[in-house]
Design a protein around this ligand. Structure first.
Ligand code: SF4
Length: 86
């Protein structure tokens, strides 16, 4: 199919995994910044946990993009800005 050069191309479709499920969002934690206050662990306990040693554990490196709002809330609520996403 040829494309009309005078028209803007539609953005590429968001890639889907082969099983048809949603793409994933990568989560990164700057452990040098983290003060282990546990806010993110309270918001997303399946992703973050404070260990018995009082330090943060990141349990998974990515979440389904259906959880984007949840992750963004955790990012915004981190008082030291230690959480980021791709
Ligand atoms: S909210 Fe931020 S500072 Fe608190 S435990 Fe999570 S990453 Fe660390």
């Amino acid at each position: 199919m040829t494309q009309d050069p005078g028209r803007a191309a539609a953005p590429p479709a968001v890639p889907r995994r082969s099983d048809g499920s949603s793409p994933m969002i990568e989560i990164k934690v700057d452990f040098e910044r983290c003060d282990a206050n546990g806010t993110c662990a309270a918001l997303m306990p399946d992703v973050f946990r404070i260990g018995e040693d009082g330090r943060l554990r990141q349990l998974v490196s990515e979440v389904d993009d259906g959880r984007e709002n949840e992750l963004d809330e955790a990012i915004l609520c981190c008082p030291v800005g230690a959480i980021s996403r791709s």
